[in-house]
Design a protein. Sequence first.
Length: 154
Amino acid sequence: MSTITTNIMITTITFFSMEAVAWLAHKYIMHGFLWSLHSDHHKKEVTSFFEKNDYFFVIFAAPSIVGFIVGMQDHLSWPFWVGLGILIYGIAYFFIHDIFIHQRFKIFRNANQMYFRAIRRGHKMHHKHLGKEDGECFGMLWVPYKYFKEARNK
């Protein structure tokens, strides 16, 4: 297997693995011991453009940055490509969560494909719980099949 193929595989596997990391972190960290940073994200009223929840961008960027630094010291070794996969997932998360779902920037408002309707519905079900308990649908890019079934019927 060529080096390019290996690097693409590492990046791709990391990207898709980040959905599991995001789900676990969201359920057990954000809705757990760091609820104090995440709770403002579940409030109905928006008091400012930035939320304490935005600190998670910095927290989750740290492993990516470390991967880039370590991987660049060894001529773009595997940690670099892991860092790249994390970065690409972070960009996708930002576009889906902050721009598409929460409309922090007023673009992609009219996206109405089944996948996007399912993601919106899953996230709406997550936000119906204002407290840290009894949550559901903690992922971002993957949502349970029932939301696809609902989206297909609209």
